[in-house]
Design a protein around this ligand. Structure first.
Ligand SMILES: NC(=O)c1ccc[n+]([C@@H]2O[C@H](COP(=O)([O-])OP(=O)(O)OC[C@H]3O[C@@H](n4cnc5c(N)ncnc54)[C@H](OP(=O)(O)O)[C@@H]3O)[C@@H](O)[C@H]2O)c1
Length: 412
């Protein structure tokens, strides 16, 4: 801190500083919801680092202010310095004053922005405000831009598409079974994969399942196997309010949202008494309509939605094109008969054989004896962000995660 590194060309320095800022932001995963994860490094073009910061919990200071405070606490002068920040600084009064004003007031000479902020309250206004105050503003290179996009893929989805980023997690045997014929599925994968799954839950604003899974497994759906600063909201799609009042997901930690269609019955009221929030959607169809649901969840500030459901709900979400990313754990076991990972209409098979791939793999990693695979929809423009995947930045941290982050390997 305050010590010069050997001089680097400006592009190389920006790459290094932006990667540091990304790593700082990664440290606030799970903390900032519904706000984005943002990191900021303040330094000079000679390589001196003056201040580091990451956005705190909603209502707390943003990354830029944390970095300015860090420099001030060390008595370092930031006038004329550069601020590398992973997301466009805010220009509006929210729960905190605009970061642009703080940067200008501190005399920052140049701001390098990792990714524009599509929030209509910002949307280029942060950069315009800085320029109007005489601060030089530039964007980081394409590779860092993609990594910054990846870091806040859910937040960006919420503003760009008005819906959360939907990540569907499944754990299967090698023959693609998610449960035995009698419904038992605990546990198909080993401990490392389960811990890794919890690290992905921590990334999400909410974890969603179907009533079928609640009745079969009575899951808690919270984050227990990795440390977390907060718990995601647990959501159950339960059209007829069948969740038992004794369900293990009802008590804390973390809020619970039950989504249904029917008029509230006695059981629904008991669930409310037990602390759940009930959301009744218009019963215009016999099933919960996902487009409507995702819009409502986005309005509630849900950025990344982590789905852990059975074949019925998985199939309905996949068939409707609502899933952006599949997070798939495969155990080296053969279960033979049992439930598949998604109930899909039969005609899809023929379409899939004839057409071009609907999905592409973005990751393959070994976790002890299991595999973690990730795939994204090919036709989704937001999936351009996967170019930014890089070890240690986008993978969740946690004991189950290989920090070397092997990617796209055919032989793990
Ligand atoms: N291995 C894994 O990764 C994994 C993960 C989770 C679960 N599982 C296993 O999956 C099994 C349960 O699967 P499941 O298929 O019975 O249950 P599910 O997919 O978890 O839930 C299905 C239920 O969701 C409700 N739902 C509400 N809106 C819906 C919509 N628009 N489309 C479809 N469903 C909607 C429906 O009930 P209502 O109409 O009553 O609302 C439906 O019956 C269990 O054996 C469990 O162990 C495995």
């Amino acid at each position: 801190m305050g010590v010069s590194e050997p001089a680097m060309p400006p592009d190389a320095l920006t790459r290094v500083r932006m990667r540091e800022a990304l790593a700082l932001a990664e440290g606030s995963v799970g903390l900032t919801e519904p706000n984005p994860r943002v990191g900021c490094v303040i330094g000079r073009s000679d390589g001196t680092v003056l201040g580091l910061g990451a956005t705190q919990q909603a209502g707390g200071p943003h990354a830029e202010v944390m970095a300015l405070r860090d420099a001030a606490s060390r008595g370092l002068d930031v006038r004329g310095a550069v601020a590398w920040v992973t997301l466009e600084p805010c220009a509006h009064h929210g729960r905190t004053p605009p970061c642009c004003d703080a940067l200008v007031a501190a005399g920052i000479g140049h701001v390098v922005v990792g990714h524009p902020d599509p929030n209509p309250l910002v949307d280029g206004g942060g950069m315009a405000r800085l320029r109007a105050a005489g601060v030089a503003v530039s964007m980081s290179a394409a590779e860092e831009l993609a990594a910054c996009r990846e870091l806040n893929i859910g937040f960006l989805s919420r503003f760009e598409r008005r819906r959360p980023w939907v990540r569907l997690k499944v754990a299967t045997s090698m023959d693609g079974r998610t449960a035995l014929p009698d419904g038992r599925s605990q546990w198909i994968t080993g401990e490392a994969a389960r811990r890794d799954g919890h690290a992905w839950r921590r990334r999400a604003s909410a974890v969603l399942t179907g009533i079928g899974t609640v009745l079969a497994d009575d899951p808690r759906l919270d984050v227990r196997l990795v440390p977390t600063p907060a718990q995601p909201t647990r959501i159950v799609l339960d059209s007829h309010w069948r969740t038992p009042a004794s369900a293990r997901l009802l008590p804390p930690p973390g809020p619970v949202l039950l989504v249904g269609l029917d008029e509230l019955n006695d059981n629904a009221r008991a669930l409310e008494q037990a602390g759940a929030e009930l959301l009744r959607l218009p019963a215009s169809t016999s099933r919960i309509e996902f487009g409507h649901l995702l819009r409502v969840l986005a309005e509630r500030g849900i950025n990344e939605l982590h789905v852990e459901a059975g074949a019925t709900l998985n199939g309905a979400l996949l068939a409707g094109g609502w899933v952006d990313e599949c997070l798939w754990y495969v155990a080296p076991k053969l279960l033979g008969s049992g439930r598949g990972l998604a109930d899909l209409p039969a005609e899809r098979g023929a379409q899939a054989l004839a057409g071009s791939p609907e999905w592409h793999w973005i990751e393959c990693q070994k976790l002890d004896s299991d595999l973690r695979l990730r795939a994204r929809r090919t036709d989704e423009p937001a999936n351009r962000g996967d170019k930014g995947l890089s070890p240690g930045l986008t993978a969740p941290q946690g004991p189950g995660v290989d920090p070397t982050g092997a990617r796209l390997q055919n032989t793990p």
